[in-house]
Ligand binder design. Sequence first.
Ligand code: G3I
Length: 367
Amino acid sequence: MKPARPLPAVMVLAGALGILGQSRAPGEDAVPSLAAVYKPYFPVGAAVEPETLSLQGDLLAAQVNSLVAENAMKWQVIHPRPGNDPSAYNFSRADEIVAFARQHGMRMRGHTLVWHQQVPARLFRGAGGAASRQEVLDRLRDHITTLLTRYTGAVDAWDVVNEAISDTGAWRTDSPWYQAAGADLDNDGIPDYIVEAFRFARAADPSARLFYNDYNIEAGAKREAALRLVKALKAKGLVDGVGIQGHWSIFGVQPEVVRQAIRQLAALGVEVQITELDLSTYQWGDSSSRPALAPDLERRQAESYGALFEVFRQEAGPGGLTGVTFWGIADDHTWLDAFPVPGRKDWPLLFDVDHKPKPAFWSVVRW
Ligand code: G3I
């Protein structure tokens, strides 16, 4: 087809040199943008570190319209020193990510304010041993207020509380947060630190959408517990959304189960997002290693991603699924290289280690 208007010479040259978008060999398809393809449905995001902005910046700029800090906004990283003076914080890594998002017109999710991991032990210590419940809640309020005030307008959705429910559906009692302020003094069925965290966040930035975020909440007792928690928080006007993390395996992903969970959570009047999506190419419990991603597994991964995104498109909308964020963008940077088998290579994302689209990518953008 003849273009309506001839392309300016500079664009023709840039295209020929591969400067515009991704370069491609003759006969190869142009690589569409996930963000553009999914614009009618929901924003598509990726978790990043400052280092991955350098390593994968072009790919991220071309593919996603939303970012989340993989680690840079967690307590241990952003608030490494005691107290609440500016000198107690290290905003530089988070600020780099915020600046990149701004520069590229991307939105940002904030991750995460209350988690039992990557939180300094000193928070739970006081003068005479363990810190009092009030001391811990005061520290939490200061931390949340500082972060949400600083990033008002830059971060539009926060994972306020992450992973407060155990795999059995009970509260995670081994969390230092639970141990310090997990009592339910007001008898509302929710450990107080959870409610207080949402209250502090609401007060600090009333414009931010506040999320409860967790893994494995799409099924079983953990889903029931998440539904109870979100219902109770919603009744208090404190929660706006739920994040289903989405760390699944190509051997176990169940798109229809995910669909039901999205519907059940959305029926509570909150938005639902997939917040940390990746599909490991190993079965859970398998500690063997493979030297490369075999074609049959690559195909299986493509089918799994394709089936999931079909559900995501069907459930998209303001009263349903409002965002999908990958936990990374390309296989050269993934937390799964360190977990559950340290040093074992995994290939869970849509782009390979050379930033080329995998079959999984094509099954997500073509249906
Ligand atoms: O930055 C230090 C570095 O200074 C040190 O030399 C090195 C030695 O181990 O550790 C580095 O910190 C690591 C950090 O990632 C940054 O790379 C930590 O050890 C490592 O434990 C940490 O892992 C992160 C993990 O959360 C923490 O439990 C992963 O990158 C991150 O992807 C992962 O993300 C979580 C979500 O926040 C919540 N949901 C589950 C998800 C996967 O576990």
